[in-house]
Design a protein around this ligand. Structure first.
Ligand code: SF4
Length: 307
């Protein structure tokens, strides 16, 4: 029988996601019918559907937008895409998270000073596309320690190193160490954002106290997938669920059933999805489970600024 539902201290919408949604909502209100979001505004189906219902268009290429306004998502975009959009006469509204833009600034500054950049991130992620687009001839993307070790020695090059905002803190610490060993002269910029660090640390506090962690988020959300992976490594069971509908009542029945469940959510997951999950769990427990909110529990965050 489920007895405890413990909520992660930090979970859900981050500053960059809240900001992007606000910008998109304001733009949709002002420019009715002519607004297109390039890529997913944030990686969450419920949020994407909300904008679809408001009549906001969705496209994955400027080639597919004929007129009106395009909104750049929180993950950012390559400058060449913005240039193409403006060349077509489209108005561009930029909702790129300032902490992604900060990586652009770092890269542009050091490339101007003669550096090449190694970027640690998922090569298929929108954020990586935008980052590589800042200086395509000067950036090499690696997504694993093996790829890093396979790179040339580049003794004659000035090297900088940046990292995806949502990377795994501990994995990056190992990558950073390897990079410093391989290139003692490399300049490393830890560009993992505060929201990512807070959510990963909160999961590490939560997971040892429960039998199962449910992370609410979309499969397309890299930071949600990572939270599920971290919790699975700690408590043995960490599952990514899109919504309350994905909860299997069987997890909580029988002698081996889950007694204490932890709840977290990715940075792109709206509060209502988390609330529905909590309500469903309380219902499964027959209204018997205690819902424990840590003293400093926050959905979203007030933080920001430095990474
Ligand atoms: S996860 Fe970090 S970088 Fe990404 S939108 Fe949120 S605050 Fe910005």
């Amino acid at each position: 029988m489920l007895k405890k539902i413990i909520i992660a201290r930090h979970h859900g919408f981050c500053m960059g996601v809240k900001r992007a949604i606000k910008i998109a909502e304001e733009t949709a209100r002002e420019e009715i019918g002519n607004v297109t979001i390039l890529n997913e505004i944030v990686h969450n189906e419920a949020v994407v559907e909300m904008f679809n219902r408001q009549g906001v268009n969705q496209a994955f290429s400027v080639d597919d937008v004929e007129k009106g306004t395009v909104i750049i998502s929180a993950h950012g975009i390559a400058p060449a895409v913005i240039k193409d959009a403006r060349a077509k006469g489209l108005k561009v509204v930029d909702a790129t998270c300032p902490l992604v833009s900060r990586i652009y600034s770092i890269i542009n500054k050091i490339v101007t000073n003669g550096y090449d950049v190694i970027h640690y991130g998922d090569p298929g992620h929108d954020e990586t596309h935008g980052i590589v687009g800042q200086a395509p001839e000067h950036i090499t993307v690696v997504s694993s320690r093996d790829e890093l070790l396979a790179l040339p020695q580049w003794k004659d090059r000035k090297l900088g190193f940046t990292v995806q905002t949502t990377a795994h803190l501990e994995e990056f610490a190992e990558i950073e160490k390897l990079a410093r060993e391989k290139w003692p002269h490399i300049e490393i910029f830890n560009t993992i954002c505060n929201a990512t660090g807070e959510r990963q640390n909160a999961i590490m506090d939560l997971a040892p106290r429960v039998d199962l962690v449910l992370v609410v988020g979309s499969q397309s959300s890299a930071n949600s997938r990572r939270l599920a992976r971290i919790s699975a490594a700690i408590c043995g069971r960490g599952t990514l669920i899109g919504s309350a509908q994905d909860i299997d009542e069987g997890w909580f029945t029988g002698d081996d059933g889950v007694k204490a469940v932890g709840i977290s959510a990715g940075a792109s997951t709206p509060d209502f999805l988390v609330e529905e999950v909590i309500d469903r769990l309380v219902q499964i427990s027959g209204d018997a489970a205690e819902v424990i909110l840590p003293e400093e529990a926050t959905s979203g965050d007030q933080e920001q600024g430095a990474k």
